[in-house]
Design a protein around this ligand. Structure first.
Ligand code: FE2
Length: 326
């Protein structure tokens, strides 16, 4: 299917991806991973939950770790523009016949929990506790010095359908990969905030969360992180990279947290605010789409992901696959 035209006047206004809520089995191990390696700052914690923010963020959490028997993803959180948007979002989901209910979430104002057509749990809010700036408190900087959450990437069993749904709520496509044979979408990158993406979709068994990405100012921080991980017992957690993406042009590294949740460290993509920005098309068979320097991704990168709690997954309807490392 062709990429849909941008929907410039969506039913409600999403500002950006706000946070991800992971279920983790060992909260101490996860806390050490995100604090020591990513440099996230703890903003609230008790024995069952840890909230973290990145160094540039003034909102309370970009990552919520919740103790769970089984690792999974509890919700993807999005910030809306204002409170009438939240009401409009509630009414819109209801009108589509999709799940939508008001829930209470600590450190957030009124929160709407809804579901995409494939069951992905989406939570929308406007108000979150605001904290003092810390981006110039350099004594706090450690690990890879993550500045902010950037995006999430989901395995979708029907990327055309995912793009159609998220386009209907205002996400705009910046880049996409098409299968030349079937002319179907194999992957797509969609944004609200003016970067390459807030959310992306990769063809595969889904829905599952493929990864969450954090933005860093400089690729050298990624080199420093690799030195740190490889000498502090985290060598096996390095999955792919470092490298330069073809898609997004960002410098990247993929690592796995203690439960196997995949985290991308992402540096320096480009501005996409123009409403008539043309999406860039890539061929699935082009190895430079994954890595500009040509190295293919490992098999695990195409097969492993985090389930959403209580959401059934299914095989992808499109069987085409890119080049995979042996
Ligand atoms: Fe990514």
């Amino acid at each position: 299917m062709p990429v849909p035209k941008p929907n410039l006047y969506p039913p409600f206004n999403i500002v950006r991806l706000s946070h991800v809520d992971y279920g983790v089995t060992d909260i101490g191990a996860s806390r050490r991973f995100y604090v020591d390696l990513l440099g996230l700052q703890v903003t609230r914690e008790d024995s069952s939950q840890v909230d973290l923010r990145a160094l540039e963020e003034r909102t309370h959490h970009c990552l919520r770790l919740t103790k769970a028997k089984k690792a999974g993803v509890r919700a993807l959180g999005f910030r809306l523009y204002d409170l009438p948007d939240l009401e409009r979002a509630h009414d819109w989901f209801k009108a589509q016949g999709l799940a939508a209910e008001w829930v209470k979430r600590s450190q957030q104002g009124r929160t709407l929990r809804a579901a995409a057509p494939d069951g992905v749990p989406l939570e929308f809010h406007v108000e979150m506790d605001r904290l003092k700036p810390i981006h110039q408190k350099y004594a706090l900087y450690r690990g890879v010095r993550a500045l902010r959450i950037d995006h999430c990437n989901l395995f979708s069993r029907d990327v055309d359908a995912s793009v159609a749904f998220y386009n209907s709520i205002g996400f705009r496509v910046t880049e996409y990969t098409e299968d030349e044979q079937s002319k179907r979408l194999w992957a797509a990158w969609m944004h609200r905030k003016g970067g390459v993406h807030d959310i992306a979709f990769t063809n595969g068994a889904g829905p599952r969360l493929h990864h969450t990405a954090f933005w860093v100012a400089n690729p050298l921080h990624i080199i420093d992180l690799l030195d740190l991980m490889s000498t502090t017992g985290h060598l096996a957690a390095i999955e792919r990279g470092p490298g330069r993406h073809g898609i997004s042009n960002a410098f990247f590294l993929y690592i796995r947290d203690p439960d196997g949740h995949r985290i991308e460290i992402y540096s320096s993509d480009y501005l996409t605010v123009d409403p008539d920005l043309e999406p860039i098309k890539w061929d699935l068979k082009d190895p430079q789409r994954q890595t500009l320097w040509g190295a293919p991704a490992p098999r695990s990168w195409f097969e492993e992901g985090s389930p959403f709690d209580g959401v059934a997954t299914g095989e992808a309807s499109l069987k085409a696959q890119p080049i995979v490392a042996p």
